[in-house]
Structures are given as C-alpha cells and as structure tokens.
Design a protein. Structure first.
Lengths: 581, 280
C-alpha cells in the first residue's frame, strides 16, 4: 500500500530558527514512533540567509519526498519565493503565515492553495522569551497529530544547557501554538503508533557514509572542506579518533588524495570525501592509484555543476567524470548509494571492493541524500570488511613481484616494514617487479591484469537493487540510480496500488558494467523508463552504450536542483504504455 | 629492552637496487643516491623500515634505485604521499626526493604546507635550476636571464624562487644546503636531517651536465658556510636572504617545533558506541 504520510515545509529568514524547528520536529516524530525524512534548502549566504526545512512523516519507512506539500509554515516571507519551485503546492495545500509579516507573496499562490493566518510573533510576544518558531511547532504538532509529550522530551534534551527557564519558555510557546491551531484548517493527520515500534535510527546520508567507511575498516582520512561533503568529514574527525584512526585536513584536494594513497600504501585503509570540483582535481591521482594498485575510496557528494555550479543543491551529473574522467585506460570501480540508509551499505561495500581488488573505488552520493536526515529502520549489520591480499614473507631465492601475474589479477601486496619484500610502487608502467618499463609486452600484460581483476570479481547481488511491484514485474521497468531511486520506488508502489506491474532496477555498481546481470534483470521486460537528474542524460547514454535496453525505452532526465516527484515518473510510465496498444 | 646483541651492520650498497639509473653521465644525482645510501648505512636502518617517496623528474627516479620501500607517484605530489604514509605509519623513516620543478613549481603549495605542518619527514631537493626530463626548460629556481630554453628564449624575466627562505618562513624545522660535489658531507647532513624531529629540508646543488653544463663549475664556486646553524629563525632568515646560494655543507637552521601528529584517543572506543548515537 502507498504510505500514509504528511509533508510540510517550514520556511523563514535567517534567525527564524527554521532548521532548528525542523530538527526538533524530526526528533519528536522519532520519539512518537514515526518515520521521517528531512531535507533542507538554503540560500547562498554564509549566515542569516533564508532557509527551508522540508519534512515528510509517515508511520512506515519512507524513501522519498512526496509530489507536493500539505503545509507550508512560513515564519516570515523573506525571500521565500526563491524556494517556490522547491515547495510544490496544490489547491489542497495550506499556507500558514504570520499576519505581522503581511500577506503571502503571489508567487506562492499559483495553484490556489488555501491560506490561513497564525499570529506567531504576537503569541510569542505574550510569553517571556517565547519564540515564534516554537509557536509554529505547536501548531504543526496539533495539525499532524504529534503527541506533545514527544516534543517535551526533545526540547528538554536540546535546551538542557540553557536551563529549566528556557525549556519552560519554549514549551509555553509550543502549547500556545497548539491552542492557536484550533482555528486553522485541517491537513492530514497521522495516527498514534504503538510504543513498541521497531528499532530506528536518526541519521543523515553524510553521517551514514562516514559510518560505512569506519565499518569497512577505513582508519585514515585526508580531505579538504567542500559543500556538501563537509559533514562526512565533520562526523568522521571525532569518530575516527575514537577507533584509533585519524582525519587530516589537507591543503587542497590534490594533497587529500595523495595523502590517502600514501597511507594506504602504508597498509591503512584510507578514504577522502569531496564534491565535483574536488573530484576534478583528484582525477590525475586516481589514475596513479589505478596504476600503482593502491586501494583507496573517494566519496563524491554530488552537487549542481559544472564549475562552482550551485554548491548547496543536488544533481546526478558527475557520473561521466567518475566513469570516464581518467586519462589512459584506467579500470576502476564506481558505486552509487540509492538512499540515506544505503550511504552506509554502499560506502562499506566500497571499502571492501577497494581493498579486495587494490583499486580506487568512487562512491557517488549527492547533496539531497547527503544532507537529508531520516528516521529509518536500524540498518542491518554487514559482514564484509576490507580485506587486502597481503604478502607477508619472502620466498627463498625469489625476488618479490609486487605486480605478479595472477589468475584473479590481484597481486599480494607487501606492506612497508615487511622484510625481504621491499619494492617501488610506481605510476610509471612497469613489469611484474614494479621496475619501470616502456615495453609493449609489459604494458599489455599489466593492462590485462588491471582490467581482469575488476571484471572477474564477484559483485554478487549488490550490483543493483531490484524491486518488483506487489503484483509482479510485468513487462515494464524503471531503471535508475542514486537519489532518483527514492521517488522511483514510490512511483512503483503507486503503480502497484493501481494494479500495475513493473520492476525497479536501481544500479549500485556503475562501473564496471554488468551486461549479463542486466540482461537477466531485463528478461521479459519490453519497455523501460530511465530516470536520472542530469540535463544531458548521462546515465541513459551510459546504459545505451553498454546494455541491451528494451526497444521501447524512454529517458526521463532533468538537471538539478529540483528533485523528481513520484508522479513525474508515473506520468512517464503512462506515456510508455500509451503508445503501445 | 634491547639485549646486548650487536645491531646489524649495513653497507651503503645494501641500500642500492640493481637498476641502472637513467641519468646522464656526470649528473649530480648519482652523488645524492650515494649519499642517501651512505646515510642509511650510517644509521643502520633495516631497509624495510625506510621508505623513499618521489614525484616526477630525473631526481624523482631515486626510489627504484634503492632497496628500501619506494613510491614513485605523480608530478608534484611526493610530499602529500609521504605525509599520509608517515602519519599512518609513524614507525617508518620516510625520505622524500625530487627536483626543483617538482617541489617548488607544480608541488609548490604542498611544499608550503609540508613545512607548516611539520610532519617528521626529510625532504631532499636536487636543485639544478632546470627541467631535465623534458629537455631543458626554466624552473622556479632558474635565473631570470637564462636564455637556454626555446620556451623562454629571452629568459624568464622572473626572479628565482628562494626555497630555503620560503621553507623557513613556512615553518620547516631543519634547513641545510649541500653540494653534490661532497657526498661525504651530504651523507652526514642527511643523517642529521633524518634524526631531527619534524620537517627537514635539504637543498642539494646538483648540476645538470646536459642542459646546464655551466653548472659543472659549481664544484669550484661552492664554499663551506662559515657559521654554524642557528635556532633563531630571524637570524636564519637574515643569513638566507643575504647569501648567494653557494654557502653549503652545514645545517643553517634547526627549530624545535614538535612534529605534527594528530591527537587521538587511544583506540578506546568501539564502532558500537558510534552507532549507539544514532539509535532512538
């Protein structure tokens, strides 16, 4: 069944406490036993800019935002029209604003939503140290059915340091908001949930990425700050220290990737995290890690490009550089997370792949999932951790071959400190010993080896997430990757609710390509829609180049930062079926 | 506790590989290779506990000519590789070798920050004021009126980079200049550099006989510096800014900044504790 949910946005200018209000609401919903997803959007200002917290609540796990919002709670109207496109409203949506800040701007009223007034600043003014954002939270809680007790615990935790007076002031404003909500029109409410709800986590995609790295065995991280990847690093810095690892803030991305290459050459699994501009700088040294066969993990939290693009907003447009950016023939691995929770799985898997194959592995996530916070079921324990094939002792009478020819293509790696196995790892083409060589035969042999080790590796079922509609796969597929997977899953669910059959194929392993597995996944499929957030359709073109797609395949591609809504994908599926009679 | 068993003895040749260098006959870099292996023998470091890291250029070929662990990376990035290696493996002795183009042009930013970060590394720069591997272009340390390159037929017109002055200002903890014409002295200075904690910078005047044949005269021009090292950065700066670049053979500056080493709690946490913070 399609999930019963309520979606709302809290917006306001800097200082209005929008993101704080959103976080409190999310935490309270978690206490109440609900599931939730919160994304945020902000202007370019360093401090004090307009901001919006977009939230969706449900009693079951959710993967995506809805097509539109039931409620827009505007603490003020400053610059709110900049967000208008990101906050789709319908005729049944409700805008609640503070009359003290005037009327709702016309830009929000295109689809004739309902409009109501809540004198937040006036009500807050009547309470000592009362704040309008807490009044707004009270009204929201009353409207969506969030129990006040849940909010009290959250406020008590958040304001512990400020003391009981601050807590009581906040709660007084909150209850005044509940009271004032009696006069507001209704929006969907969620039911109460049994207290024995399944174990759940509150986590952002960027935090999940960091945790996946540590779970996978990463103990050295070097990185340079960049939006929207910085939170991965901010979480990792203290967390790595707790498990005996370290994070170094490097002077630039060139240093970041070369520091992790050095650490990994020293035997310590290593990672960096960046975004598109940083990845561009790292490309040359990714090739070094390919040639010298040094395992590293590089996370790219994608943002709108090209160039500086829109640093704070999401896009899936680094696929080409991740797959094709390296000069020469440079086999490497590219994986992509498909949700907040999957950032954990995919990053941990990436460490495993990098270590097992001694190959640089890129992890693509994006701003939308990286900076989103979700209340989700406790992720499963994963067994795989990075395991490098290591040479531990010299063989009597034989000189150690760092790049020895093996069936798998993986050569046991000697770690510095090991007697008798000294060698030089080299980005120059080399022979089996690592000695620089410009001979065609050495180049051929080493190319074959480097290519073989990633083409023969067993990636198991993790290459893609494949989900059939409850009534079966039928003959239709949605093929997608990354953040577009969330709305695609919901589209599949709604399609099934209407009795429709379809199969969702979300690729986690972008490179190396898996044509045989895809052929198996597409068996019986005669039509498909490819969904991605890229203006030029990078994913579609890649699929076209490497896979046999159904004769009838449509490409739904759009640049960021607007996310797909499930309905957009459903519309495309309808179009796919319309011409097929 | 170590017992009284004698420490194993090493000879310089124990640190040399069987590979024949690609360098031109008469190149100063041969002497540097000799001095490095001599210094390692002097310190009696087991070869597997030493790593030599380099970027790209003639002198950056050194790792493969040694019998220690080597890493030959991309142009200009030797210092970050060495930084990551030393931080991850503080038990290793890590040397970085390279040329003036690799270190001060394409790798210039890393040079500044390696000095500033002060990781316990020894950086040996073979300065020949020319790009040899690409057949003779002006480098950051080339004189402005050198007209030997087709790329800059009228000279660069740019004042040369002052590596030791910049290194001092950026925080290098040990600074010395040596001449390729005196490998015994060079080996001694390298031993001192390795033993001094933090980032040690050793500039070697290493002539390029092919593209700067006039540098063969350096052996006659260089002179042993008359003063001993100072630990006063301001005095060192005055000396370095007034010398002509040919005072060699002595340590010029020794600082006492503690080497960079990120602090971390002694592995007393568990992944479970990290995960518990996400649980509701």
């Amino acid at each position: 069944m399609t999930v019963q949910s309520v979606s709302l946005t809290i917006a306001g200018s800097g200082g209005a406490g929008v993101v704080t209000a959103g976080s409190l609401l999310l935490d309270a919903a978690a206490r109440a036993g609900w599931y939730a997803l919160m994304s945020r959007s902000s202007g370019p200002q360093i401090r004090g800019g307009e901001a919006a917290a977009m939230l969706r609540f449900a009693t079951e796990p959710i993967m995506s935002h809805d097509d539109s919002f039931h409620l827009l709670m505007a603490i003020d109207w400053d610059n709110i029209t900049r967000f208008a496109a990101e906050i789709p409203l319908t005729a049944s949506s409700l805008i609640v604003g503070d009359p003290a800040h005037g009327d709702a701007p016309a830009g929000l009223l295109k689809n004739s939503p309902r409009v109501a007034a809540l004198p937040m600043s006036e009500i807050a003014g009547g309470i000592e140290n009362g704040r309008p954002n807490m009044v707004a939270l009270g009204a929201i809680a009353a409207m969506i059915g969030l129990p006040p007790a849940a909010m009290r615990i959250v406020v008590e935790t958040a304001l512990k340091k400020k003391g009981p007076a601050a807590i009581e002031a906040s709660m007084a404003a909150f209850f005044a908001g509940i009271d004032a909500a009696k006069n507001l029109p209704a929006i969907p409410r969620l039911p109460n949930v049994a207290a024995d709800a399944l174990p759940r986590w509150s986590i952002t995609g960027n935090e999940a990425t960091g945790l996946g790295a540590i779970r996978g065995g990463v103990r050295f991280v070097a990185a340079y700050p960049i939006t929207p990847a910085t939170e991965v690093l901010e979480w990792l810095a203290p967390s790595l220290a707790k498990v005996g690892g370290m994070l170094v803030q490097a002077e630039d991305e060139l240093a970041s990737i070369n520091q992790i290459i050095g650490a990994s050459y020293g035997g310590v699994p290593a990672m960096t995290a960046t975004s598109g501009p940083g990845l561009s700088l790292m490309i040359e040294s990714l090739g070094l890690a390919v040639a010298a066969e040094v395992p590293i993990v590089v996370v790219d939290v994608m943002r709108v490009g090209p160039s500086t693009g829109i640093a704070t907003k999401s896009e899936q447009s680094d696929l080409n550089i991740a797959v094709y950016g390296l000069h020469g023939d440079a086999p490497h691995v590219v994986v992509a997370a498909n949700s907040v929770a999957d950032c954990l799985f995919t990053t941990q898997w990436a460490v495993h792949l990098a270590e097992a194959m001694q190959v640089p592995t890129l992890v693509l996530t994006d701003q939308a999932m990286g900076q989103a916070r979700a209340i989700l079921p406790k992720p499963a324990e994963l067994t795989f951790i990075g395991q490098r094939e290591v040479a531990t002792a010299a063989v009597e009478g034989q000189r150690y071959k760092r790049y020895a020819m093996t069936g798998s293509g993986v050569s046991p790696m000697a770690i510095p400190g090991t007697p008798g196995l000294t060698h030089t790892a080299d980005g120059l083409e080399h022979n089996e010993f690592g000695t620089p060589s410009s001979q065609a035969s050495d180049h051929q042999a080493q190319m074959d080896k480097r290519s073989r080790k990633i083409s023969q590796f067993n990636y198991g079922d993790h290459w893609a997430e494949i989900i059939d509609s409850e009534v079966g796969a039928g003959d239709t597929a949605i093929i997608t990757w990354g953040s577009a997977t969330g709305p695609a899953r919901e589209a599949l669910q709604r399609h099934a609710d209407a009795g429709g059959k379809a199969r969702l194929i979300s690729l986690r392993l972008i490179a190396p390509v898996q044509p045989e597995k895809m052929a198996e996944a597409l068996r019986g499929i005669t039509r498909a829609v490819v969904v991605e957030q890229s203006h030029s359709g990078q994913f579609y073109r890649m699929l076209r180049a490497f896979y046999e797609l159904p004769a009838k395949t449509l490409s739904l591609h759009q640049g960021g930062p607007l996310p797909f809504g499930p309905q957009q994908i459903l519309d495309q599926m309808k179009q796919l079926n319309a011409g097929s009679a | 506790m170590e017992n009284c068993a004698q420490k194993k003895k090493y000879l310089a040749k124990d640190y040399k590989s069987e590979l024949k260098p690609i360098w031109c006959p008469g190149c100063g870099d041969y002497t540097v290779l000799n001095a490095i292996t001599r210094a390692l023998a002097e310190m009696a470091l087991p070869p597997e506990e030493v790593a030599v890291v380099s970027g790209i250029g003639c002198s950056s070929r050194i790792p493969a000519y040694t019998s220690v662990y080597g890493f030959h990376g991309v142009h200009g990035r030797a210092l970050p590789v060495a930084t990551g290696l030393k931080l991850a493996r503080p038990d290793l002795t890590v040397l970085v070798t390279g040329g003036d183009g690799d270190g001060f042009s394409i790798g210039g930013n890393h040079f500044l920050h390696a000095c500033r970060r002060n990781v316990d590394l020894t950086y040996i720069v073979m300065d020949n004021q020319v790009y040899g591997m690409t057949k003779g272009q002006a480098s950051p340390t080339t004189a402005p009126d050198w007209e030997g390159s087709k790329l800059t037929p009228d000279g660069t017109g740019i004042n040369p980079f002052q590596p030791l002055v910049v290194g001092l200002a950026s925080g290098a903890n040990f600074i010395a200049r040596v001449s390729a014409s005196d490998p015994v002295n060079m080996a001694q200075i390298i031993v001192e550099a390795v033993r001094h904690p933090g980032f040690s910078l050793v500039q070697v005047l290493s002539p390029c006989v092919t593209f700067r044949p006039e540098q063969q005269e350096w052996r006659d021009i260089v002179r042993t510096a008359v003063v001993d090292y100072t630990d006063d950065a301001a005095r060192a700066a005055r000396r370095l800014m007034t010398d002509d670049g040919f005072n060699v053979g002595k340590v010029l500056y020794k600082g006492s900044r503690p080497p960079y080493r990120p602090e971390f709690e002694a592995s007393n946490g568990s992944i479970g504790e990290l995960e518990a913070r996400f649980a509701l």
